[in-house]
Design a protein around this ligand. Structure first.
Ligand code: NAP
Length: 279
C-alpha cells in the first residue's frame, strides 16, 4: 500500500490562519527583519517568500540588502542595530554568507531575544537541556509533520541522516527530547542502509538528490525528506519519492513538505519573540 503523504503546504496554511487569529488579540505588530548579503538568486527567492508570508499574516517585515563585499564588521554592526530597533522582534541573517564572513560569528551577535531562526548558542543550548523556547525552524517543522501522523514519537527509533547545526543535529535533539531513541548518521557512517532500515522515523537531511532508496527504508516508516536539490529544471528531495512511498507509512513530498513548514515556523518564532518582548 502506498504511503500517506504529509502535506506541508496545507499544514503551513493552517498555522498561518492560527497566527492571524492570535494577532487579533495583540496590541502590537510583530516585525521580522531579514538581512541579505550579496545577491545569491536562491536566497533572493527564499527572502521573497518570507516577505510574502509576513504579508499574509500582517506582520511588519524589512529586508536589509548589503553588497557582496560587506565586511564582517559592517554586518555585525547591522545586526547590533537591528537588535536595538523597537519594531523588530525577529532577525534572520540569510545563509549562505560570502566566504570572507564567518556565519557563526554573525549568529553569535543576534540577540537570543530576537533570534527568529533559533540558532544562537543560547537557544540551541536551551534545546540541548530540553528547555525548548524558540527552536530552529526546519527541525521544528519536522516535528510538526511527524505529529501530523498522529503516531507517538516516544519509544520510536528515529534515524537522522545528516548532522548539520541547521537541521540534522537539532532535529535529533528535538526527537530525543520527545523520548525517541535517536541515531545520527553522516558521511563517515558505515553500513548506512543497515541503520536506516531500522528507523521508525527517518529524517533525510543530506543534500544529495534521491539518495535514500526503497531498500534503505523499513516498511511503514515515517519518512521526512528535508532535502531541496535542483536536478535539471526539477526540485527533488534526498529521498527517491516514487519508490520509497511504496514502502513507507508516511512520507513528505518535495516540494510541499518540510519547506512550507520551515517558513511557517519562522512566523511562529517571530510571534513568540514579539510576545516575550512586548508583554
Ligand atoms: P549540510 O550542512 O551540507 O549537511 C549535510 C549532512 O549530510 C552532513 O551532516 C553530511 O555528513 C551528511 N552527508 C553527506 N553525504 C552523506 C552520505 N553519503 N551519507 C550520509 N550522510 C551524508 O546540509 P543541511 O544544511 O543540513 O541541508 C541538508 C539538505 O536540506 C539540503 O538539501 C538543503 O538544501 C535542505 N534544507 C532544506 C530546508 C527546508 O526548509 N526544506 C532547510 C534547510 C536545508 P558530514 O557531517 O559527515 O559532512
Amino acid at each position: 500500500m502506498s504511503a500517506e503523504i504529509l502535506n506541508g503546504t496545507r499544514l503551513a496554511q493552517r498555522i498561518r490562519s492560527q497566527i492571524r487569529r492570535d494577532l487579533k488579540k495583540l496590541t502590537f505588530t510583530p516585525g521580522l527583519a531579514v538581512v541579505q548579503v550579496g545577491n545569491d538568486p536562491a536566497s533572493t527567492i527564499y527572502i521573497k517568500h518570507k516577505q510574502r508570508d509576513c504579508e499574509k499574516v500582517h506582520f511588519h517585515s524589512e529586508v536589509h540588502r548589503l553588497p557582496t563585499d560587506t565586511t564582517q564588521r559592517a554586518l555585525i554592526n547591522k545586526v547590533i542595530e537591528l537588535n536595538q530597533q523597537k519594531e523588530i522582534h525577529g532577525i534572520l541573517v540569510q545563509m549562505p554568507l560570502p566566504d570572507i564572513i564567518d556565519g557563526q560569528a554573525i549568529i553569535d551577535v543576534i540577540s537570543p531575544h530576537k533570534d527568529a531562526d533559533g540558532l544562537t548558542p543560547i537557544n540551541l543550548g536551551n534545546l540541548f537541556i530540553n528547555r525548548e523556547s524558540v527552536s530552529p525552524c526546519t527541525p521544528t517543522g519536522i516535528i510538526r509533520l511527524i505529529e501530523l501522523t498522529g503516531k507517538q514519537i516516544e519509544g520510536k527509533h528515529a534515524v537522522c541522516v545528516g548532522r548539520s547545526h541547521l537541521v540534522g543535529k537539532p532535529a535529533g535533539i528535538m526527537l530525543l527530547n520527545r523520548n525517541a531513541t535517536v541515531t545520527y548518521c553522516h558521511s563517515r557512517t558505515k553500513n548506512l542502509a543497515n541503520i536506516t532500515k531500522q528507523a521508525d522515523i527517518l529524517v533525510a537531511a543530506i543534500g544529495k538528490p534521491e539518495f535514500i532508496t526503497a531498500d534503505m527504508v523499513k516498511h511503514g516508516a515515517t519518512v521526512i525528506d528535508v532535502g531541496i536539490n535542483s536536478v535539471g529544471n526539477r526540485l527533488v528531495g534526498d529521498v527517491k519519492f516514487d519508490e520509497v512511498k511504496e514502502i513507507a507509512g508516511y512520507i513528505t513530498p518535495v516540494p510541499g513538505g518540510v519547506g512550507p513548514l520551515t517558513r511557517a515556523m519562522l512566523l511562529q518564532n517571530t510571534l513568540k519573540l514579539a510576545r516575550q518582548i512586548e508583554t
